[in-house]
Design a protein around this ligand. Structure first.
Ligand code: GRF
Length: 224
């Protein structure tokens, strides 16, 4: 991997399926970058095993060891600084980060959220989509700002909600059909400098996006 390869840090709290997709996309060079470290706020996160299996350095910083959010964020900032990341990915990282942390990493910090933002920010998105009777659901990758799940959206992928869906079946469809594709794709664009944040505007191929990119439209364009 050349020295110019993007340095990617990934923050997780759980299973790490999105992390795994990034590991594989870096390995087969769909992303011209490498994951320089994985940080979890939970020692038992399964994603840590995935990182170790790929020989990626891991770090656990348990939020319960810190007296406040600011203290935790400061420790996280320090751990990240040691990794010198170009990009920081929140891939199922279940802690809200404070404004100072977000400002410091603005434009380099992205999150994947399992809903079609601005619908259903926050937790339990699949349950809420079912309760609301949504016929369409999905996931969004966005730049992180101080607004929880409210930063400029980059790309979304959509799935249909079926009448027989449960929270589990819907979450699996969103994960396998959408999340595992839009997150590596976003990192590829970032690493190739095709995508960047300018103020609160997402720039794609040098032009401001007025609405998030749509996975399906991109795949149609690719096929034609
Ligand atoms: C994903 O659905 C992600 O969108 C959400 O948390 C879940 C993490 O799953 N924020 P995994 O750890 O990548 O398997």
């Amino acid at each position: 991997m050349p020295d110019s390869a993007a340095r990617i840090a990934v923050l997780i709290s759980g299973q790490g399926r999105n992390l795994q997709a990034l590991i594989e996309a870096c390995a087969d060079q769909r992303i011209p970058g490498r994951i320089v470290g994985v940080i979890s706020n939970r020692a038992d996160a399964q994603g840590l095993e995935r990182a170790r299996a790929a020989a990626i350095p891991t770090h656990t910083l348990s939020h319960t060891d810190y007296p406040s959010r600011d203290h935790f964020d400061a420790a996280l900032t320090q751990a990240l600084a040691a990794l010198r990341p170009d990009f920081i990915v929140l891939a199922g990282f279940m802690r809200v980060l404070g404004d100072a942390f977000v400002h410091r990493h603005a434009g380099r910090l992205i999150n994947i959220h399992p809903s079609l933002l601005p619908r259903h920010p926050g937790l339990h998105t699949h349950r809420r989509a079912l309760e609301a009777g949504d016929t369409e659901h999905g996931a969004t990758v966005h730049f992180v700002t101080e607004r929880l799940d409210g930063g400029p959206a980059i790309i979304q992928g959509r799935v249909s909600v079926m009448p027989e869906d449960t929270e589990h079946t819907l979450s699996e469809r969103v994960m396998n059909g959408v999340e595992l594709r839009i997150l590596p794709q976003t990192l590829r664009w970032l690493a190739c400098a095709t995508l960047r944040l300018n103020g609160d505007q997402v720039m794609f191929h040098g032009r401001a996006l007025s609405t998030p990119l749509q996975l399906e439209a991109l795949e149609d364009a690719f096929r034609s």
